[in-house]
Design a binder for this molecule. Structure first.
Ligand code: MEV
Length: 326
């Protein structure tokens, strides 16, 4: 048994833990970042490139000696590995890949679940790394275990959510190429709005797959989304917020053509633009979930406009790993 408590290297320090959960010592602690997809959700499933940014907010997991229980008080979740619930099945797949059974994991979540901000990937990465540290498995095995959990949650996940959850930075991802962190001239403030309607990634990915099968012209929409990535990379590299905002607008239109937008997402995108945003789009799988808006100098106006329409939101910084105080 590995008696030393570990902390995954290269990650922000998690909230302080006492080293004890009840009477049991914490053997491994790890963090998983929430994420926003800047450009290329859905297209990335078909091996188009995409850009994502890790959020400073995420989830922290602590692994103790135990019997295969996972508790996430903030999401009101308590499961046993392999039980019938989706989280129980995902946790079972994760532990099986790590060949570990004798741990309990406790999770502190500062990220809303199923809001389009990568909660399941952040959870999978944090739990897999915490258990791997507790039982002496390497990080490659931890990532494979996290991927096994994501497959239970989302079916054919591209892997972009896991890559962003593990990295926390802005990066470019392509299925056939993996994740590469990108140079960013300056941290950018980003408004994130929540529809309050839970997203269902598996259902949305499946709906796009059916649409593409029935309507071959949809392939051109998917390729058009991929073609936005290079100019978006350039905009990030030179700090061109207006240019990136215009690309957000184009991306939202293309995602609407894939039928993954919704009346709430469209209303939030239009409200953000009316409040001074230079661009806004849905982020993640769509259907419900979240929108992002670039609104330099108008962040408060966007958040106020969303609030008066009944939607919660917050402002964050991307590219700087810092929450953006308002
Ligand atoms: C979900 O955050 C992103 C999707 O492209 C699905 C995936 O890439 O696995 C919709």
């Amino acid at each position: 048994m590995n008696s030393a408590a570990g902390t995954s290297s290269g990650l922000p320090a998690p909230p302080a833990t006492s080293g004890e959960t009840g009477a049991r010592a914490v053997r491994g602690t790890a963090f998983g970042h929430g994420k926003v997809i800047l450009i290329g959700e859905h297209a990335v499933v078909y091996d188009q490139p995409a850009l994502a940014a890790g959020l400073a907010m995420g989830v922290t997991a602590g692994a103790t000696d135990g019997t295969g229980r996972l508790t996430i008080p903030a999401w009101d979740v308590t499961v046993t590995a392999g039980d019938e619930s989706p989280v129980g099945r995902a946790f079972g797949a994760l532990l099986a890949r790590l060949e570990v059974g004798d741990v309990d994991v406790s999770v502190e979540a500062a990220l809303p679940s199923r809001a389009g901000l990568g909660s399941s990937a952040a959870l999978a990465i944090a739990v897999a790394r915490a258990v791997a540290l507790a039982r002496g498995r390497d990080d490659e095995t931890a990532r494979a275990a996290a991927a096994a959990a994501e497959t239970v949650f989302h079916g054919t996940a591209s892997g972009i959510d896991l890559a962003a959850a593990a990295s926390g930075a802005i990066g470019r991802f392509r299925r056939s190429e993996g994740w590469r962190e990108l140079p960013v001239l300056q941290a950018m403030p980003l408004c994130v709005g929540l529809t309050g309607r839970p997203r269902d990634t598996r259902a949305q990915v499946e709906a796009v797959r059916r649409l593409r099968e029935r309507t071959p012209a949809v392939t051109a929409v998917i390729e058009a989304l991929g073609a936005l990535v290079e100019p978006a990379e350039h905009a990030l590299a030179v700090g061109d917020i207006d240019g990136l905002g215009r690309l957000f607008d184009v991306a939202h239109g293309l995602l609407a053509a894939l039928r993954v937008s919704s009346p709430e997402l469209d209303a939030m995108v239009h409200a953000a633009r009316a409040a001074g945003a230079v661009g806004a789009k849905l982020t993640g799988a769509g259907g419900g979930g979240a929108v992002i808006a670039l609104a330099p100098g108008h962040e408060r106006d966007v958040l106020a406009r969303w609030k008066s329409a009944g939607f919660e939101g917050f402002s964050t910084g991307i590219g700087g790993k810092l929450e953006w105080p308002l």
